[in-house]
Design a protein around this ligand. Structure first.
Ligand SMILES: Cc1cc2nc3c(=O)[nH]c(=O)nc-3n(C[C@H](O)[C@H](O)[C@H](O)COP(=O)(O)OP(=O)(O)OC[C@H]3O[C@@H](n4cnc5c(N)ncnc54)[C@H](O)[C@@H]3O)c2cc1C
Length: 402
């Protein structure tokens, strides 16, 4: 029996669901949000204290218009809520001259006339003496890059959603949903809901809630490490204020992984946050079977890798924490109408680079709920591109193509 009817239900109030609930409620819709865990929890993909934001997008120059909208969206959210979410500290994207990261960042910066500088290895060392890039390294330096505070951002969106009248339920896991002739039904551990429209922003649980669709999504276990620099006389550094660093991403010489990191944004005891994108250290998982313990062998391997770029990093990690990527085969996102159900909008598969886009994707999802179309250039995220069946109904696809 249905115990609550809503205009729109949002399943998953993490990074994208919190933004979508805030946007929909701001447009006057009757919104119910459902979330398994508590507000801004650490069990999904939106925790760990920081996320890189940047514009010279080596993953694809087509992302740049969305990034511009996302920057504006972050600043608007800061103004509306008073939260400090986006800090610009500059970004460095390092690789050999022909590497995808360097060549891709140059291409995006040139195509969209983004302010940037090209540095060689000596230029990198001169600007950031703590870094020891390979002699053939090249980098794009971008001043307009920095980091976001993910938990604070999710909280800000949740607060805004509530303030605007959304009804948010935490500790309420959705077990199933189905499309009906005039809407959707959603079944949680506690009760049944009906709604006119449904948005599914379930992160690493998308393969469970969208199992009928058979999207080729892979969940990856990702570890975030906080390592400690050595402030000894031998290291030449007195304290963490000497460790002036931007956000940075370096592609390995073998091109099988990237190492990325942040400045010391949490003070002298907070450590330097470092992560590895791709590579043999990464393991596949499912969201419910995730191994959340980090082994000494993993810490040793990452410390050794980090020391190649930052030789003065110590062997003692401050802490490590497990998170999840939800990968698509082409590493572009999945955002759009459910291919089989007009009233259901899905957003998942953010492939480890989605957070910076949260405000603009929140707008896109609200546009799709409200109007069935959006003016933002999201055609490249069409869910139908992931489906092998050629007989899927692609007519009426609401998104504008790029
Ligand atoms: C280690 C790491 C580093 C990253 N670095 C960057 C970066 O530097 N820059 C960047 O832009 N991006 C980065 N990302 C990617 C970015 O954080 C993710 O793309 C983004 O957080 C994904 O958001 P989401 O809303 O899909 O998932 P989540 O934020 O996990 O939200 C999904 C929510 O759905 C809820 N849920 C799931 N199933 C149900 C259910 N059945 N019922 C109710 N609720 C449910 C979950 O509990 C969760 O709260 C990184 C990701 C990781 C893991």
């Amino acid at each position: 029996m249905v115990s609550r009817s809503a205009g729109v239900i949002v399943i998953g109030l993490g990074s994208f669901g919190s933004a979508t609930a805030a946007e929909l409620a701001g447009r006057g819709l009757d919104v119910v949000g459902l979330e398994t865990f508590g507000p801004a929890h650490d069990q999904g993909s939106g925790h760990g204290g920081s996320r890189i934001i940047r514009q010279s997008y080596f993953e694809g120059a087509d992302y740049v218009p969305l990034l511009r909208s996302a920057y504006a969206g972050w600043r608007r959210l800061e103004e509306r809520t008073g939260a400090q979410l986006l800090t610009l500290c500059g970004g460095l994207y390092i690789g050999s001259e022909t590497s995808p990261i360097f060549a891709g960042a140059c291409a995006a910066a040139q195509r969209w006339e983004l302010p940037h500088e090209v540095l060689d290895a000596d230029g990198i060392r001169a600007r950031f003496p703590v870094l020891a890039p390979a002699d053939d390294a090249m980098a794009v330096w971008e001043e307009n890059a920095g980091y976001l505070r993910p938990e604070a951002a999710i909280r800000a969106h949740l607060d805004l959603a509530t303030e605007r009248g959304a009804e948010l339920h935490f500790g309420e896991r959705v077990m199933d949903w189905r499309a009906t002739h005039d809407g959707v039904e959603v079944i949680t551990e506690q009760q049944n809901y009906a709604a006119d429209r449904l948005v599914i922003t379930a992160g690493a649980w998308a393969p469970v809630l969208l199992r009928d669709l058979g999207l080729p999504l892979i969940v990856q276990r990702q570890v975030m490490y906080w390592l400690q620099p050595e402030f000894t006389a031998a290291s030449g550094y007195r304290d963490y204020t000497d460790w002036r660093l931007p956000v940075y991403i370096e592609e390995s010489a073998s091109r099988d992984h990237q190492i990325y990191g942040f400045p010391m944004i949490d003070g002298p005891d907070g450590g330097l946050k470092i992560g590895i994108h791709h590579g043999s250290i990464i393991r596949e998982s499912t969201a419910d079977d995730l191994d959340r313990t980090v082994s000494d062998a993993e810490i040793a391997a990452v410390t050794e890798r980090a020391q190649q770029l930052l030789p003065a990093i110590g062997a003692r990690p401050v802490r490590a924490k497990v998170c999840m990527y939800t990968m698509t085969p082409d590493e572009d996102f999945v955002v759009g109408r459910h291919p089989d159900h007009d009233r259901v909008i899905i957003a998942c598969g953010f492939s480890g680079h989605g957070f910076k886009f949260v405000p603009v994707i929140g707008e896109v999802l609200a546009d799709l709920v409200q109007h069935g179309a959006t003016g933002h250039p999201v055609g490249m995220f069409d869910p139908c591109r992931m489906l092998s069946s050629s007989d899927r109904d692609r007519t009426g696809w609401p998104l504008q193509s790029r």
